[in-house]
Design a protein around this ligand. Structure first.
Ligand code: M6R
Length: 611
C-alpha cells in the first residue's frame, strides 16, 4: 500500500531534509506509485507539493527534493479512496493550510466524521478518506488544544487501519505519528530522527530502528522520541531499539536494470542465508514439536506466499500422512469457524503485514488456535502476534513481484515439514538425512537453474510477448510452482495466465488450445508424475500447443518439448527451488520485452495492508 516517510533535522544538518524524503520515497515506491507529495514546514509556513504520477516525474515537475525545513513528510500513494489525481495525492491539509498529514491505510468511519465536520463548516478538497484526519486535528486545535493533544484526540476518534504522520506550521520541530495495523518504523539518526513505512527508506542514515506497535502514538524531534500507548501511558523507546542487519547495498539495484532481476539472481545467497539462519535457530524444532502435537494443522497466506503454503501442505502429506489444510487468507471466515483449541495455524507472509493474513491469524487465535508465523521481516505484525515466529533471511525485496522470498519460504517450510516428520517418527534416519541433504543444496540448485536458463528464457519470452494467453500445468508437488509461474507472468507481463493440475486440463481448459497456444509444463523429478504428465503433454500437442517443458536434466520427456528448460536433477522436495527461477526469468523478460516496468506493475502494491 502507500509509503510514508518523515524526517526531523536541525539547522546544522548533514543531509538536506528534502532530499532525504525524496530518496526515501523512491525507496518506498514499491508500496504504491500512482501519485506522491511532500509537506515541509519552512519559517513558520507549511508548503505542500504533490501530484499524480511517478516520483521521478514529479521531481522534475515540482522539485520535491528542493523543499527545505527542519521537518518534512512525504507520501507515495496506492489509491483506495478516490482515483489517482493531483488533488487526491497526499499530503492533505486542513482548512487553514497549517496542518498536513500523510496516511497509509483506510479510515473506515470517514463518512460519518466528514459529515459532522462539513456541518461544522470544514471544506474538503479531495475524495480521500484521509483528509478527514487533517480537519479533525484542526477542529481540536482550534478549540484550544496544543498540537500533540489535538493530534491524539483526532486519532482516538478514527477507526480502521492507519500509519499517520502529521506536521503543524506552529510546531516546526515535530512530526507526530500514530500506528494501527499499518507498518511504521522510527530510525534513530545522527542529529536527526526519521519515521517511515519500511526499513529500506532509513538505511542510508541509520540501522538503529524502533518498530512501532499497534495503538502507539507520539512524536519525534531531531533528537528526541516520545512514544505512548493510546489511553495507557508512556512507552520507553530504549526498550524497543534494535539494530537491523540489512545493508544499504541490499536495498539498491546494484547494477541490475531492475530490482526484480537483482532479486532473482540473489536467490542462491538468500537460500544460503536462510539455511544458516535456521540452523542456528531452535525455533524450527520448536515449531515442529508444536505441529506434532496439533489436533489439526492449517496454513494460510496470500498470493505467492500461499503457493509456498501449498508446497508445505503437499510435502507434509507426502512424508507424514498428516493432512494440512491450506487456505487463501482472505477466505479465512470459512475456516476459522471450525477452529478449536489444539489447532495450529501457520501464517506465511514475506512482509508480515498483509491485512488478509493478519485477519486470518487473529480470527484463529481468538478461537484458541496456536499461531506460527513465517515472515521475512523481523518484528512485523504477524510474527509479533504469533506464538512462534520463523524467519526467512532473503533480505529486502523491493520488486513488487515476490521472487527470492518465495524460494526461501519454500526452503523453510520444506525443512519444517521434514522436522515434523522426524519428530513424529515418520522417517527413517536415512530418509531424513537425504531430505535435509537435498535441501542444504538449495543454493547450488538455484544457482545452476539460473545459470542454465537466462538465454533460453530470453528466447521463449520473444515468443510469449506475442501471445495473449498461456497455461502452466503440472501435477502433485509441481503444482504450487506452476501456480507461481502463472501468477508471475500475469502480474508483471499482463499476459493472461492460468495454472491447472495437468489432469484437470481435459475437463475444460483444453478447449482454448489451438495451433501455437503456449503451455508450460512443470515436471517434478518423480517417475509417477512424469508418466502421468507424458499423457497430458501428448493431449496438448495433439491440439497444436507450443510446449515448454521445465524439467530435470535427466527427464525422459525432453524430446516431446518444443523448448526444454533444463533444471538440476534433485529430489522432488526442492521442486520450487529448482523450477521457479526460470519461470521468474520468463516473466521478467516477457515484461521488459513488452516495455513494462516489472518492479512497479500496474494496480499492484508490494504490501497489501487493506482487506
Ligand atoms: O507480504 P506477503 O507475502 O503477505 O504478500 C502476499 C501477496 O500480496 C504477494 O505474494 C503478492 O501476491 C505478490 N505480488 C506476488 O508476487
Amino acid at each position: 500500500m502507500c509509503g510514508i516517510i518523515g524526517v526531523c533535522s536541525g539547522p546544522e544538518k548533514k543531509f538536506s531534509t528534502g532530499e532525504i524524503v525524496y530518496k526515501g520515497l523512491l525507496r518506498l515506491e514499491y508500496r504504491g506509485y500512482d501519485s506522491a507529495g511532500v509537506a515541509s514546514v519552512e519559517e513558520g509556513t507549511l508548503r505542500v507539493l504533490k501530484g499524480k504520477g511517478k516520483i521521478a516525474e514529479l521531481e522534475k515537475k515540482l522539485g520535491l527534493s528542493k523543499v527545505k525545513g527542519s521537518v518534512v513528510i512525504g507520501h507515495t500513494r496506492w489509491a483506495t479512496h478516490g482515483a489517482p489525481s493531483d488533488v487526491n495525492a497526499h499530503p492533505h491539509t486542513d482548512c487553514t493550510g497549517r496542518i498536513a498529514i500523510v496516511h497509509n491505510g483506510i479510515i473506515e468511519n470517514y463518512r460519518e466524521l466528514k459529515e459532522e465536520l462539513v456541518r461544522k463548516g470544514h471544506v474538503f478538497k479531495s475524495e480521500t478518506d484521509t483528509e478527514v484526519v487533517a480537519h479533525l486535528i484542526e477542529e481540536f486545535y482550534r478549540s484550544g488544544d496544543k498540537p500533540y493533544e489535538a493530534f491524539k484526540k483526532a486519532i482516538s476518534m478514527i477507526k480502521g487501519s492507519f500509519a499517520i504522520l502529521a506536521v503543524f506550521a506552529d510546531a516546526p520541530s515535530m512530526i507526530f505519528f500514530a500506528k494501527k495495523d499499518s507498518p511504521l518504523v522510527i530510525g534513530l539518526g545522527d542529529g536527526m530522527n526519521l519515521v517511515a513505512s519500511d526499513i529500506p527508506a532509513l538505511l542510508e542514515y541509520t540501522r538503529r530502528v524502533i518498530t512501532l506497535r499497534d495503538g502507539w502514538v507520539g512524536f519525534i524531534t531531531k533528537d528526541n522520541v516520545f512514544i505512548e500507548e493510546l489511553g495507557k501511558g508512556p512507552v520507553n523507546p530504549a526498550d524497543y531499539v534494535r539494530v537491523v542487519e540489512w545493508s544499504l547495498e541490499s536495498a539498491s539495484k546494484g547494477g541490475y536494470q531492475h530490482f526484480m532481476l537483482k532479486e532473482i539472481h540473489e536467490q542462491p545467497r538468500a537460500l544460503l542465508d536462510t539455511l544458516y539462519g535456521l540452523r542456528s535457530d531452535p525455533a524450527l524444532k520448536e515449531a515442529a514439536e508444536i505441529l506434532a502435537e496439533a489436533r489439526r494443522i492449517f496454513i494460510t497466506a496470500a498470493g505467492t506466499s500461499y503457493h509456498a503454503g501449498l508446497h508445505f501442505a503437499l510435502t507434509v502429506a507426502r512424508i507424514t500422512g498428516v493432512l494440512v489444510t491450506p487456505f487463501i487468507a482472505s477466505e479465512y471466515e470459512s475456516y476459522s469457524r471450525v477452529v478449536r483449541e489444539g489447532d495450529v495455524l501457520i501464517a506465511v507472509s514475506q512482509s508480515g503485514e498483509t491485512m488478509d493474513t493478519l485477519k486470518a491469524a487473529r480470527a484463529f487465535k481468538e478461537r484458541g488456535a496456536r499461531l506460527i508465523a513465517v515472515s521475512n521481516i523481523i518484528d512485523s505484525a504477524i510474527p509479533r502476534e504469533s506464538d512462534l515466529p520463523l524467519y526467512t533471511r532473503a533480505g529486502p525485496e523491493i520488486g513488487v513481484a515476490a521472487t527470492k522470498t518465495f524460494t526461501t519460504q519454500t526452503l523453510l517450510l520444506s525443512l519444517l515439514a521434514v522436522e515434523l516428520a522426524a519428530t513424529r517418527g515418520d522417517l527413517l534416519k536415512s530418509e531424513y538425512e537425504e531430505y535435509v541433504g537435498e535441501l542444504a543444496k538449495s543454493s547450488e540448485y538455484a544457482s545452476k537453474s539460473l545459470a542454465w536458463n537466462e538465454g533460453v528464457a530470453k528466447k521463449v519470452s520473444e515468443m510469449l510477448r506475442l501471445k495473449h494467453s498461456i497455461y502452466y500445468l503440472s501435477r502433485g508437488i509441481g503444482l504450487p510452482t506452476a501456480m507461481e509461474g502463472a501468477l508471475k507472468i500475469k502480474e508483471i507481463a499482463y499476459l493472461h495466465a492460468e495454472a491447472y493440475p495437468a489432469g484437470e486440463s481435459k475437463h475444460g481448459p483444453i478447449a482454448l488450445v489451438e495451433e501455437g497456444f503456449p503451455v508450460v509444463f512443470v515436471v517434478p523429478r518423480d517417475q509417477y508424475y512424469e508418466k502421468l504428465i507424458l499423457g497430458n503433454i501428448q493431449e496438448m500437442k495433439a491440439r497444436g500447443a507450443w510446449v515448454v517443458g521445465v524439467a530435470p536434466e535427466d527427464t525422459s520427456l525432453r524430446d516431446l518439448f518444443d523448448v526444454f528448460i533444463k533444471v538440476p536433477a534433485s529430489s522432488w522436495i526442492t521442486t520450487p527451488i529448482t523450477h521457479t527461477p526460470p519461470l521468474q526469468l520468463l516473466a521478467y523478460y516477457t515484461s521488459t520485452l513488452k516495455g513494462y516496468d516489472p518492479d512497479k506493475p500496474r494496480n499492484l502494491a508490494k504490501t497489501v495492508t487493506v482487506e
